[in-house]
Design a protein around this ligand. Structure first.
Ligand SMILES: [Zn+2]
Ligand SMILES: [Zn+2]
Length: 126
């Protein structure tokens, strides 16, 4: 299906990434959270609507929408963790907010971008 974070807490500050439609079969590796980034806007800056993640094993790249596509919980958690670390590129939420504030902020975006009810993540253990 894609390259996605399958475990946010291996215990050493890294994330475990699974690439489940890799050529030859699924594989996984670990990344630093800093290597996941928002997509770039054509006119400069970052776009809050999507994030890009690169497979540490083969270099394949997946782009995930904030709404989460087929894996809402995993992708939405990735967005929340990055929103807390980086702030939101929309400029309305600074870095360092609590998970609940970040979730409320992201839910507003997804309600507008997709539909009410699309956002599923209600809480998160930091
Ligand atoms: Zn791969
Ligand atoms: Zn925002």
């Amino acid at each position: 299906m894609s390259v996605f974070v399958s475990d946010f807490k291996p215990g050493d500050g890294t994330w475990t990434v699974t690439h489940d439609d890799a050529f030859g079969g699924s594989h996984e590796g670990s990344i630093a959270p800093t290597s996941v980034s928002f997509t770039a806007k054509v006119d400069g800056g970052n776009d809050y609507r999507a994030m890009v993640i690169t497979c540490p094993v083969c270099g394949a790249v997946s782009t995930h929408p904030m709404g989460g596509g087929a894996q809402p919980f995993r992708v939405q958690e990735m967005f929340i963790r990055q929103l807390i670390r980086l702030g939101c590129p929309c400029g309305q939420m600074p870095a360092g907010r609590t998970p609940l504030l970040a979730i409320a902020h992201a839910r507003q975006h997804v309600n507008a971008l997709e539909f009410v009810g699309r956002w599923q993540l209600a809480s998160m253990v930091p």
